[in-house]
Design a protein around this ligand. Structure first.
Ligand code: HAM
Length: 429
């Protein structure tokens, strides 16, 4: 037990950790090009925020939250998603009153959902996302989709499928919910217990039910597109027109409703099946919301955003060999001291090399020289620096090119100059 991780969590180590850093770096750079700034909300919030924000009819709130009472008996929840917390952060810090609108942010970090673990599904996973708040136009929806699309293109993920739909305005959704209630009322006795509470809390959630028998019933349900108001139809048409103008491919999917209650108007998901055929589920998703800020006590302001699942991005990039080769953990230079005095000099030499930008490691163990070379090889080092008693007394080191096996003595003072030249030649080769 002590040496097992908690079910649904995972350790991110070595190549995978480097892959995550690479992905997050690309995402941050693109967000900054689009003039989004980073925010870092806390991992825990008052539970009520998610109940009100994400919606008590959603699976996330009903079944998946990590909620506990703290020592002062407050109900606290580890965030199951970012958007509600970002809205709390914006309202509490009065950011809509003190900034040009839309207020645009990006964020990254762990998220917790008590789901059944399977391929691409964890209980602790990482999301990277954006929110643009304080503008209600179709143009900002399209900016956010363009940002996500640019990120996926920069990661070289071609053939991403963007599924898009509209949930319409309040008028459209209310009419649609009525129609769904009338339809499901006739079938409810055959449906799962979850659908009974979904029916009461938010009948839209029934459309997402995973029970096969219920899915058959869902197939015959009324379609959102038949209940859209003229204003909602015009808004969605403008979103699609802008996507066409920007040459961003999409497929309208009129069954897409998303599992969180705050959405209105535009909703979208990004899908990618890797060449291995592995389907990890949506790699990202998002949409427009217009009541969320008000719902949690803020001003009347609409927003739009998306989140990517970083684990899922990593999995598809790894499957399709799209992670760059140079994100490895190889050291460039391995310093090999022989004897105690040499160990002091090794630390000085390594510090100097590191400050000059060389990824340097030291052998700390008293092993034979041959063993040290084996270690250097395993670490992928290009050069070894050997320091014996003789080198200490002469204030020199021996530099060995581990590929060509050539070696030469070098004055300590000339070390950085010499190794820079050697590395330069190495790169030219
Ligand atoms: P979501 O669809 O619940 O949306 O999650 C966004 C992404 O997180 C998913 O597309 C998926 O890549 C990843 N994800 C979700 N659950 C898991 C899991 N159990 N394991 C691994 N990855 C997972 C939201 O969270 C919204 N807050 C998105 C948003 C932002 N809407 C507006 N702004």
């Amino acid at each position: 037990m002590l040496t097992n991780n908690v079910k649904g969590t995972h350790d991110i180590i070595g190549e995978e950790a480097n892959g995550f850093a690479y992905i997050e770096n690309v995402l941050k750079q693109i967000c900054e090009l689009f003039a989004y700034n980073e925010v870092r909300p806390p991992v825990m919030e008052h539970s009520e925020l998610f109940v009100r924000g994400v919606g008590e009819g959603s699976d996330i709130v009903r079944k998946e939250m990590y909620t506990f009472n703290d020592k002062a008996d407050r109900s606290i929840t580890l965030r199951p998603e970012f958007t509600a917390g970002i809205m709390r952060l914006i309202v509490q810090n009065k950011l809509l009153a003190t900034n040009e609108l839309p207020f645009k942010v990006y964020y990254c970090g762990p998220v917790f959902r008590y789901e059944r673990p399977q391929l691409g599904r964890y209980r602790q996973f990482n999301q990277f996302g954006v929110e643009a708040v304080g503008n209600n136009t179709p143009e900002i929806d399209v900016e956010v989709i363009t940002l996500a699309y640019t990120i996926l293109s920069s990661l070289n993920l071609e053939n991403v499928k963007i599924a898009i739909n509209t949930l319409g305005d309040d008028e459209s959704r209310n009419a649609y919910k009525e129609a769904l209630k009338a339809y499901f009322a006739k079938h409810l006795d055959k449906m799962c217990p979850d659908c009974h509470s979904r029916y009461e809390l938010n009948p839209l959630r029934i459309l997402d039910c995973k029970v096969p028998e219920d899915q058959e019933i869902v197939k015959g349900a009324p379609k959102m597109k038949d209940y859209l108001s003229d204003a909602a139809k015009a808004r969605f048409a403008r979103v699609l027109e802008l996507l066409d103008a920007l040459d961003i491919p999409y497929e309208v999917d009129d069954t897409l409703v998303r599992g969180l209650d705050y959405y209105a108007e535009t909703v979208f998901e990004f899908h990618y099946v890797s060449k291995t055929g592995n389907d990890y589920g949506a790699i990202g998703a998002g949409g427009h919301y217009d009541k969320l800020v008000k719902e949690i006590g803020g001003p009347d302001a609409a927003g739009v955003g998306f989140s990517f699942g970083v684990e899922r991005l990593y999995s598809v990039l790894k499957d399709d060999e799209l992670l760059p080769d140079n994100i490895n953990t190889n050291v460039e230079i391995y310093v090999m001291p022989l004897g105690n005095e040499a160990k002091t000099m090794a630390q000085l030499v390594a510090s100097e090399l590191r400050l000059s930008g060389f990824r340097t490691d030291i052998c700390f163990e008293d092993v034979k020289l041959g063993n040290m070379f084996k270690r250097a090889e395993r670490k992928g080092a290009k050069f070894a620096i050997i320091i014996g008693e003789d080198e200490v007394s002469k204030q020199q080191v021996v530099i060995k090119n581990l590929e060509t096996t050539e070696q030469k003595s070098c004055e300590l003072e000339k070390l950085i100059e010499t190794i820079s030249t050697e590395m330069g030649e190495e790169f030219c080769d």
